[in-house]
Structures are given as structure tokens and as C-alpha cells.
Design a protein around this ligand. Structure first.
Ligand code: 13P
Ligand code: 13P
Ligand code: MG
Ligand code: MG
Length: 389
């Protein structure tokens, strides 16, 4: 696919929550305006080829194209400047949690690790280069694990894996361990059972890149930033973004979207501490009201031509998703009725904040020893074969 003199295009989606109107529910238009002005100036200077600014819930989304590759300090500096200036406006307007995701002032060439979420990919454009930018609010990066698996490894979702010779060899998944900062690559279909053993724990193991197996061509990228792990405490959820290439050697647009037809349960929602269904919506419904949710995902389709962003098409803004949304809302009711009980509320390890230690401390003198057996939590079995024989 690479042709010597041709220049690669980079798509950089960088997002941050810099404050929102009436709680955590939606970005204020004035902050979108100021971020747009910063990017417009960069386009005039030639740093950016093109850009599109939008929001999903309380997350400000910068969709940018340029020729500088991924992790470029000028592009990251530009995003940082846009977020800083938008934060200034958010503070003037008294917006809620102004500057929420800008965890540090120590910008030194890269926004990774400072709070914003980043999904970037670089490629030689095909004659037609259709991409989809996914943006979710009130959830975490691992929320994309299940759809990425469906899109690139599940023939019941993606017909092309069976019937299109260009997809038939399968894909490679880069899985990132956010606790250990390490990565492992799995081949699909041959290693899907090993891969699922990991990515079924989406709070820890995150699919962050997918490549086509035959030529290593980049197919998808997901932001993996987890704010609470950066800050060491709750500062908001890590509302993720992803970019997926489609058609002609990649799954079709309809195959990519199909992975969102089942509103699967994700972690996030109210106070970043609850499970709820991921509901696909158009931009006009990208605001988080019911119990600060339910978690939502928007899909914008673009064609990239010489770096220009042609579009977007607001892909979930369609009646074809009404039944998915209806199911998501039924699940919303069902989950909500659990109130403070797990598994609606996240387990103690995954909650963004908890009063459990204070409550235990307060009542510690009221516990009485009963003389009954003490027990540690049971160990997880790791050797089933020798068991039950
Ligand atoms: P066309 O033949 O219209 O390009 O459609 C192919 C395809 O990928 C449909 O999903
Ligand atoms: P965000 O992570 O989207 O800011 O949401 C935080 C929250 O507490 C919602 O209830
Ligand atoms: Mg917020
Ligand atoms: Mg958010």
C-alpha cells in the first residue's frame, strides 16, 4: 500500500472534559467555539490540514488531520492550548468541574498521562478512505473491547471475515494492561480464546490497536488513558474515543456499526461507579441526563481525502437504532432498580470513590466477635484439570 513519495495522513482524536453545563451532562457551546477558533488558526498556519470540533456529553472532542504522525509535540501542544483556552471560558461561565481532565500544568510535548484521551493513527490514504470516529461518555476505554472483538474477530457480526478474501486472514489485536503498563499482541482467529480470557476484564486489559494480519495495516485505535490511574484517585471517568477504518480490505461501515446493536453493559455512569448499557445515539441526543447517563456512544463517519475531513455523517442518528435504544432504556430501568447494590454499583476495586473505609472505621467498635470461623476470601482456582479427578 505504501508508495515512496506519497505522504501519510494522520488522524488525531484528542478529547478532554474541561467543564460542563448543569452538572456533568453537556459541553457549553462557548467552549466549543473557543476550541474551534484555536484549531482554525492552526489550520490557517498549515499545522492542521483539517479539523472538526464537537462534543459527546461533557467531553470536548477535537478531531484533527495533519501530516506530522502520531504523538507529535506540536499537535499535542495545540490540543493542550485548545483545552486550556476552553477551560478559561468554562471558568468564566462557572461551568461545572471546569478543567476537570487537565490534571497537571506540566505539559512537555505530549498530552498522554496529563488527562486527555488520545486515539491517533497514520496511514497512506486509499482512493476512498472512509473512517468512523467513535466517542463515548460516562464509560471507560475497555467499553470498546467487546465491539472491537465483534468487528474484527466475530464472523457472526462481520460477514466479510468469511466472504471477503481481503479480511479472511484475520486481524491482530494489541492488548494493553493498564495496571502493569505492558502490552501483548494476539492473532485472531487462532488465539481468540486466550485473548478473550484477558479482554473480558475491560477495566484492566484494553484493546488499543487492531492491525490487518497480512500487511500490518492499521485498522483501529482506541484511547487507553485511565484518569484515576494517572491521578491515583477519582477525577471523572475516562470517557474513551476510537477511530476505525472501513471498507475495501476493512470491515464495511455497516459491519463496524453492527457491533453496537447490542447495548452491552459497561462501567461508568453515575459518579463513574455503576454498570449500565452503552446506548448508541446521534449528536442531538449526546447528553447525559438519566442518572447522568445512560452511557452513550456517537459514531461520526468521514471520508478522508488529501487530509480533508469530508463529512461527518451522524451514523447512529437513524431509526435503525431505535430498538437498540429501547432495549438500552429497558436495561436502564432494570439496573437502576438495584439502587446501591452490585452489580449495578461497581465492585469495591473498580468504584471511583467509596465511603466504605469511613463507614467501617465509624462502626468498628460495634462489631462483636462471635467465635465463629474466620475465613479469607476463597482463592480463585487456576488448575481445574487436577480438580474433581
Ligand atoms: P457496494 O457493493 O455498494 O460497495 O457494497 C459493498 C459493501 O461493502 C456493503 O456492505
Ligand atoms: P464524567 O467523567 O463524564 O465527567 O462524569 C463524572 C460523573 O461523576 C458523572 O456522574
Ligand atoms: Mg465531567
Ligand atoms: Mg465525560
Amino acid at each position: 500500500m505504501s508508495s515512496g513519495e506519497k505522504i501519510k495522513t494522520t488522524v488525531s482524536v484528542i478529547k478532554a472534559d474541561i467543564g460542563s453545563l448543569a452538572g456533568h451532562h453537556v459541553v457549553h457551546p462557548d467552549t466549543i467555539a473557543v476550541a474551534s477558533r484555536v484549531l482554525a488558526e492552526a489550520k490557517m498556519k498549515g499545522l492542521l490540514t483539517d479539523y472538526y470540533v464537537t462534543n459527546v456529553g461533557d467531553d470536548l472532542q477535537l478531531i484533527m488531520t495533519h501530516k506530522r504522525g502520531v504523538d507529535d509535540s506540536e499537535i499535542h501542544g495545540l490540543a493542550w492550548q485548545a483545552f486550556k483556552e476552553a477551560t478559561k471560558v468554562a471558568k468564566e461561565l462557572g461551568l461545572y468541574a471546569a478543567g476537570q481532565d487537565l490534571l497537571s500544568d506540566a505539559f512537555s510535548g505530549n498530552v498522554r498521562g496529563l488527562g486527555p484521551g488520545v486515539a491517533e493513527m497514520e496511514f497512506y490514504e486509499r482512493p476512498a478512505e472512509p473512517i468512523i470516529v467513535f466517542m463515548a461518555d460516562k464509560t471507560e476505554p475497555g467499553a470498546f473491547n467487546l465491539p472491537m472483538y465483534r468487528i474484527f474477530a466475530d464472523p457472526f457480526n462481520t460477514a466479510g471475515l468469511v466472504i471477503d478474501p481481503r479480511l479472511h486472514d484475520g486481524f491482530k489485536f494489541e492488548v494493553f494492561d493498564v495496571y502493569e503498563g505492558r502490552e501483548v499482541v494476539f492473532k485472531a482467529p487462532e488465539e481468540i480464546y486466550d485473548m478473550l480470557a484477558l479482554i473480558g476484564t475491560p477495566g484492566r486489559f484494553i484493546v488499543r490497536r487492531v492491525r490487518r494480519k497480512i500487511d500490518d495495516e492499521i485498522a483501529a485505535v482506541v484511547s487507553v488513558e485511565r484518569l484515576s490511574l494517572i491521578a491515583g484517585q477519582y477525577v471523572g471517568k475516562d470517557d474513551p474515543v476510537a477511530v476505525v477504518r472501513t471498507q475495501s480490505g476493512f470491515p464495511a461501515v455497516g459491519e463496524v456499526l453492527e457491533a453496537f446493536a447490542h447495548p452491552h453493559l459497561v462501567a461508568g455512569w453515575m459518579r463513574g461507579s455503576h454498570h449500565g448499557p452503552l446506548m448508541p445515539v446521534g449528536l442531538r441526543h449526546a447528553k447525559m441526563t438519566r442518572f447522568d447517563g445512560p452511557p452513550r456512544v456517537v459514531a461520526l463517519g468521514f471520508n478522508v481525502k488529501n487530509g480533508r475531513l469530508i463529512g461527518p455523517a451522524d451514523l447512529f442518528d437513524d431509526v435503525a437504532w431505535d430498538e437498540t435504544r429501547r432495549l438500552a432504556l429497558m436495561i436502564t430501568d432494570y439496573m437502576r432498580r438495584h439502587g446501591p447494590f452490585m452489580p449495578h454499583r461497581l465492585g469495591p476495586d473498580e468504584m471511583e470513590y467509596t465511603t466504605l473505609p469511613q463507614v467501617l472505621e465509624k462502626i468498628k467498635n460495634r462489631f462483636v466477635e462471635t467465635g465463629e470461623r474466620k475465613a479469607a476470601p476463597p482463592k480463585v482456582k487456576t488448575d481445574l484439570l487436577s480438580h474433581h479427578d
